[in-house]
Design a protein around this ligand. Structure first.
Ligand SMILES: [Zn+2]
Length: 439
């Protein structure tokens, strides 16, 4: 009852966002064919716009592509890939000439590799991002007006004017928005205690946050036997790789389903997990491609909605695959699967082969006293395992681990185990499980 009142108030306060949500929801009723046809039309319109109004693309798209865009059909593979370096080097040239320069603001992302990247955004992009997030949450059964609690690691967002605005404190705005944010970059016992108590009091419908932050909260709740409220129907993990052991821990602690979501600040709402456990690509908002390069399935994403700063075939630095077939949840959106790795997360062996991070993540299955871990390659024949533990594992286990790495990867690989109080995060507060040598 209160939730529906909140939903109504929220709709009155944020009419633009809700109008966008309504439009996005309609797209879920399209057939796959209609969705993909529309995607092709949107791409051509985007490319025509970029070729005419965005200096970076005006200079780089050839005449044939511009002509094809004007005719309403573009082959995406004819378009150049946009690298992060190009975004860094040509930020001003990527802002459309017809963009409102008073409205245009600079956003920042730390990126999974810790390299900061700046991008343009405006209110329209922000509202569409939030509407897309609402639609994504609705895949869990959540409805507008029901409470969401965010655990967020990026400091810049948890301030007035940031992505999530105010934190903790309850004003009328917070009541209506039904959303609170906990700045979660310091996992002390005192903080974890306060956060779990807050979840109990606030009784949210959804939790949302970095996989590593939610894992810490889950681990604390289980260890301290803090009962989580039955109001919870879903936990949304974002921004970091979510592994199976984290998923299971959260499911046990919070007593509800765990959903993955995929997007970035510069291109939000790329894919959302449905109740059947499948990742659906938001094909009305993005065109996602996967290219097999150097043994890796590299994702390229095109934002179909961003005219202010077009991202076309943007090499986002994540890996994953597109999947054929339909999901019986009824969504027409195509399916994908996230890769475990991001670009710099590959460990290189002496003979040139590269090892996927999921191999290293699996090595520690069953090491239940480990709170956090991180594999860091220091040299072609040296790898560190950084551990934050309740109690160190027996030496025999470490020896077995070192032996297995020598057998599986490289007979000359040396393993060093380091015990730390905490594992430092990237600039944006993300945890990386595996860090390879710089490429
Ligand atoms: Zn589905």
């Amino acid at each position: 009852m209160i939730a529906s009142l909140r939903g109504w108030l929220n709709r009155r306060r944020l009419p633009a966002r809700h109008a966008l949500l309504d439009r996005l929801l309609v797209n879920q009723a399209l057939s796959r064919r209609e969705l993909l046809d529309r995607r092709a039309t949107e791409l051509a319109a985007l490319v025509a716009h970029a070729g005419a109004n965005v200096p970076y693309y005006a200079a780089r798209l050839d005449a044939g592509v511009k002509a094809a865009a004007a005719r309403g059909r573009v082959d995406i593979e004819d378009l150049p890939v946009l690298t992060k370096d190009a975004v860094r080097d040509h930020l001003d040239d990527l802002l459309a000439r017809d963009a409102d320069r008073v409205q245009a603001r600079i956003g920042h992302t730390g990126g999974s590799t810790g390299q900061p990247l700046a991008f343009w955004y405006d209110d329209a992009k922000h509202e569409l991002m939030r509407a897309g997030m609402m639609r994504g949450y609705m895949m869990s059964g959540w409805r507008p007006g029901q409470k969401i609690l965010n655990f967020w690691g990026a400091r810049q967002d948890v301030v007035a004017g940031g992505v999530f605005g105010r934190q903790f404190g309850a004003g009328l705005g917070d009541f209506i928005a039904a959303e609170r944010t906990i700045p979660a970059w310091e996992y002390s016992a005192a903080n974890l205690h306060a956060w779990t108590r807050f979840i109990q009091r606030y009784r949210p419908t959804l939790l949302q946050g970095y996989a590593s932050a939610l894992t810490e909260v889950a681990r604390f709740a289980l260890a301290e036997r803090v009962a989580m409220p039955t109001s919870l129907i879903g936990v949304y993990s974002t921004a970091e790789v979510l592994d199976d052991s984290q998923r299971e821990l959260m499911r046990r602690a919070f007593g509800c389903r765990v959903f993955n979501q995929y997007g970035s600040r510069e291109v939000p709402n790329i894919a959302w997990e449905c109740r059947r456990g499948h990742m659906h690509v938001c094909a009305d908002l993005v065109w996602l491609e996967s290219r097999h390069v150097d043994g890796e399935d590299r994702l390229l994403v095109t934002s179909l909605t961003n005219r202010q700063m077009p991202f076309i075939r943007y090499d986002i630095g994540d890996s994953g695959r597109l999947l054929d077939g339909e999901c019986d949840c009824g969504s027409p959106f195509p399916l994908m699967e996230m890769g475990m790795c991001r670009r710099n997360d590959l460990i290189r062996a002496g003979d040139g082969k590269r090892i996927h991070p999921s191999y290293f993540n699996r090595l520690l299955y069953g090491w239940t006293r480990v709170r956090q871990y991180q594999w860091v390659q220091r040299a072609p024949d040296r790898i560190d395992l950084n551990l934050v533990v309740d109690a160190p594992p027996p030496p025999a286990d470490i020896d077995a681990l070192a032996r297995r790495i020598r057998e599986d990867i490289d007979p000359g690989m040396h393993l060093r185990v380091r015990y730390l109080d905490d594992i430092p995060r990237t600039l944006s507060g993300k945890h990386r499980f595996v860090i390879g040598l710089p490429s």
